[in-house]
Design a protein around this ligand. Structure first.
Ligand code: GRF
Length: 203
């Protein structure tokens, strides 16, 4: 049995992906514990979810710091103090800096609601829908210093049907996200992810 991994989840909003990970840990599907939930937004519903589940909350507003460097260093110190093994970005609306990515190399994951490298950025579901593509999906990837770019861990495709609108598509995407992200976290915690250049090999 692998040792229990300690996870930090960074979330700025609703936190449904955080919830999916909490549920999977509770069901013993992931051998991990969430050491903390960090948010840059004090009103994030994700913080309520942390509270309800007895998870430590950290709110750090980027704007309260004179320099990005100081903000990142403060977060890094908390993560090290809390012995965090994996950082899970789940709707975290702030770019992590190059310094931070280097410090926690291959230990930061993100979920993105499109089939990367298509439709990067904050409006991916709508952008994909409006572009008229027939297939979109979900990507879980490691984070590197470029936006929505690091090595891809898992992807799942979703057809966009004639009957779909943005709301129905969003619903389908979130449903897949809540399955895919816990699976990627589970693989990480079981030591099953090996990174070779841009490729992630699941062993
Ligand atoms: C998800 O769609 C995720 O792909 C994107 O942000 C959204 C977060 O949703 N990065 P939630 O806060 O986990 O409900």
């Amino acid at each position: 049995m692998n040792k229990i991994r300690r996870i930090a989840v960074f979330a700025s909003g609703f936190g449904s992906n955080l919830q999916a990970i909490i549920d999977n840990i509770k069901n013993n599907n992931i051998n991990a514990e969430i050491g903390l939930v960090l948010s840059n937004n004090k009103d994030a519903y994700a913080l309520k979810r942390a509270e309800k589940n007895g998870i430590k909350k950290v709110v750090l507003n980027y704007r309260d710091h004179d320099k990005r460097e100081n903000y990142d260093k403060k977060i890094a110190k908390i993560l090290i103090d809390q012995k965090i093994d994996l950082i899970v970005l789940a709707g975290y609306m702030l770019l992590v800096s190059g310094w931070f990515v280097k410090k926690f190399k291959n230990k930061i994951m993100n979920i993105h609601p499109s089939l990367l490298p298509s439709f990067k950025g904050t409006n991916a579901i709508e952008d994909a829908f409006n572009y008229g593509i027939k297939i979109t999906g979900v990507t879980v990837h490691f984070v590197d210093k470029e936006l929505d770019h690091g090595p891809i861990i898992l992807q799942e495709a979703i057809p966009i049907l004639k009957s779909d609108n943005i709301e129905t598509l969003e619903e389908k995407i979130h449903k897949i996200e809540h399955k895919l992200y816990p699976l990627a976290v589970k693989y990480y915690c079981e030591g099953k992810l090996k990174i070779k250049g841009r490729k992630v090999i699941i062993i």
